[in-house]
Write a protein that binds this ligand. Structure first.
Ligand SMILES: [Zn+2]
Length: 434
């Protein structure tokens, strides 16, 4: 809570021209007028202080976002397990396989692929299409009508991920549990086979058989029930699926909403019952992050902007234990919301700075375009919009969110062009192009 001046935004009280809220611009012109209204209305301050509590204190910079948790417990757990294996083998007189780091890295990629393919194969057997696989830096993902394949060097030491695409019907915890369990089952089987090969043939040339035991054994880490940020190990997820029906339902709904997005369904057309179920996630921890981030994007597409801000606020509040990439996404969105919905360029720049401090973003041009629009630099905004569109096309992104983004960029472009025309009219001596 803080002392502020009552801000009366006169045109807001008079009300912006009403636009159709759902299913986009029946009349694109009205949309543009609506955005103009936002861009050109500045708050009029009336000078008596009142106590106000913002509905979105983190977004409005009244509160700091939660401090990121350190990953020291994860590191400690792995160190304890590693030491236990070493000491245990030594005391039992068991010869441990050789580890050749150079051979181990490619073998690790193979072992991760087998683990993730286990998830996808079991998914297939329970009627879930495969939506993608991530193995370290290799990313292959279904995006609408395309498959996008790329190599992300920043993920080179990252783990793997399987992306199943469940349908909207037949929500059963048993099917999801089988799909989750199949990854560790594949890892156990691979480790066992490699161990048998090591016992029979020894370490192999360059220690490749020995290293294959260590590479496949890494997949057994998924049997440690733990969570790091929004990610849960397979064992932790399985435990929830078998014992926590409320939390399971909301997670299954979130996976299914993500599948709708991957199939190219726009946020405003995601199944409303699924979205509601996804948002019913119990607790206040990181389980809340993904549902509220997705709900935020859906509200933007539905043009329910105040509700969008509230969902983003909740996602930010739940972001303490998430990794840098997820926090950066949230911070860039916070910058755009401040620039375009709250008309606060200063706060938008603060969020952009926070996002840039985390790591180099894949693309920042979308946020730059929003800030340029807020600051009335329409020429710059148009350049950033073109760069954002080029990024989406280069990546061949065609998910529901990508389709929404293209429309949103078109709309931003119209606002900029109209604003430039209006400026040119206001200053008859100056001729502007565009
Ligand atoms: Zn797994």
């Amino acid at each position: 809570m803080r002392l502020t001046f009552l801000e009366l935004v006169i045109p807001e009280i008079a009300g912006p021209p009403e636009i159709p809220r759902r299913h986009g611009p029946a009349s694109p012109n009205l949309n543009i007028i609506h955005h103009f209204w936002r861009l050109y209305t500045r708050p009029l301050r009336i000078g008596y202080p009142v106590l106000t509590v913002s509905a979105t204190p983190i977004l409005d910079l009244e509160q700091d976002p939660p401090a990121p948790g350190s990953g020291k417990w994860t590191v400690l757990i792995y160190l304890v397990i590693g030491s236990a294996i070493g000491i245990g083998a030594d005391s039992l007189g068991v010869k441990l396989p050789q580890l050749n780091f150079l051979v181990w890295i490619p073998l690790l990629y193979i072992a991760i692929s087998i683990h993730e393919l286990g998830h996808l194969l079991a998914g297939k057997m329970t009627c879930m299409a495969s939506g993608g696989i991530v193995v370290g830096g290799f990313v292959a993902m279904k995006s609408g009508d395309h498959w996008t394949v790329r190599f992300d060097p920043r993920r080179i030491f990252g783990s793997g991920m399987a992306i199943p695409l469940p349908g909207k019907d037949g929500f059963e915890a048993g099917r999801f549990a089988w799909m989750v369990a199949a990854g560790p089952i594949a890892s156990i089987a691979t480790t066992y086979v490699c161990w048998l090969a090591f016992r029979r043939f020894g370490d192999g040339a360059g220690g490749w058989i020995g290293s294959s035991v260590w590479a496949s054994a890494i997949g057994l880490a998924s049997l440690i029930p733990m969570s790091s940020g929004i990610h849960k190990s397979d064992a932790a997820r399985l435990w929830i699926l078998l014992t926590r029906p409320d939390q399971s339902r909301s997670w299954m709904a979130a996976v299914t909403v993500q599948a709708e997005n991957a199939r190219g369904v726009r946020p405003r057309d995601w199944d409303a019952a699924l979205v509601e179920q996804m948002l019913a996630a119990p607790g206040s921890g990181s389980e809340q992050l993904f549902p509220h981030l997705m709900a935020f994007l859906r509200c933007l597409d539905e043009r329910n902007e105040s509700l969008a801000s509230e969902h983003l606020e909740k996602a930010l509040a739940a972001s303490g234990r998430s990794g840098k990439a997820v926090r950066q996404t949230l911070y860039l969105q916070a910058a755009e919301v401040n620039a375009l919905l709250k008309n606060n360029a200063e706060a938008a720049r603060t969020w952009l700075d926070r996002a840039l401090k985390l790591r180099k973003p894949e693309s920042r041009t979308c946020t730059d375009s929003a800030i340029a629009m807020c600051e009335g630099r329409y020429d710059d905004a148009l350049k950033h919009i073109a760069a954002t569109r080029a990024f989406l096309l280069k990546r061949k992104l065609d998910s529901g969110l990508a389709r929404f983004s293209h429309d949103w960029l078109d709309e931003r472009e119209s606002v900029c062009r109209n604003a430039m025309l209006a400026e040119a009219h206001a200053q008859p001596g100056i001729r502007r192009d565009g």
